[in-house]
Design a protein around this ligand. Sequence first.
Ligand code: ATP
Ligand code: MG
Length: 352
Amino acid sequence: MADKKDVILSGIRPTGRLHYGNYFGAITHFLRLQEQDVNRFYFVADYHALTTIQERRDISAQTIHMLRTYIACGLDPNESIIYRQSDLPSTAELALLLGMITNIGHLERGTTYKDKLGQIQSDPKQTGNPLSYGLLGYPVLMAADILIVKADIVPVGDDQRQHVEMACDIATKFNSRFGETLHIPKPIARNALRLPGLDGSSKMGKSENNTLDLLDDEKTVLKKVKGVPTTTEPSPLGTDSNTPDDVIPLMPPGVGVLFRLLDLLAPAEVFQEFLQEYRDQGKFYGNLKKSVAQHVSEFNAPIIERFNDPALDDAHIQDILRTNAMKVSPIALDTVEACREAIGIGRSLYRA
Ligand code: ATP
Ligand code: MG
């Protein structure tokens, strides 16, 4: 029998415009996997967006915008099944079943939940209801996303590592309690990226107001890059290594982001030239920022052009979503029905 093809699954929340963290943490892997003989599923995580978006917003339009950017980045909708999470409501049913075997203590150790709790404790005047049941249960819904399509590989950034591990734990627990039912994915790659924010904080994020976006024009890029905090003088690195992964973590945070962007976008010799200037402790931040801004703008230009292609209209994107929802739905229902049977509820009486 021929080996089963690996199943790839990854999602992005429609919480804002796609940024460099999304691109180099996730999309770049989607593009690489496009060259391989695998089954690819990518979704726009509109249910997940609701842990952040707490008032009415046109999430449907934001979803279309995000998909248009996916395609502008080079993701071929004919090569991957790209769908909207909420078009697969059986995910919510699976999340409900998985929630029954997930301990609250396990969820309270989730980093997204803990970070939010920390923010609220340091600023109790925050508005809205950021500590929702949905936020605590985020990893359960994400486990359902992954397990429902029987994913093998989950290409995500380092910030999602713990959530993927939780999905594996939940599936293992389900199987040990109810018999082998759920397919367990592989752990995420060790070298997964976590791109810091332009403000020097540990993570660039759509909801953090610290992003460099794929659709930023030249003027915006220059303004954002100039604003990266570089007041700290270069300090000795304490290593002879010239490898980006060795030296960048030793730099002041803002400077580290600039060097990371150079590492991702510029030829290696440009990185090494600026690294030498860093070691020489010269005044080079102005030139460094100019060079980073230029490489970013060159990278963005073709993406912006494809994004504005009139052929990529909303109706066409809606069509892709509709067709793909129909393709992924039977796979999802098969998983949910298997779980229902394993638990003993039995198959649904209204689904054929
Ligand atoms: P939000 O702030 O609303 O959570 P986000 O910027 O974190 O948005 P997500 O939609 O949560 O983006 O994540 C989409 C994908 O991008 C995930 O695979 C995630 O791991 C990856 N990703 C997000 N931010 C970064 C980052 N700074 N570095 C590397 N990967 C990232
Ligand atoms: Mg996120």
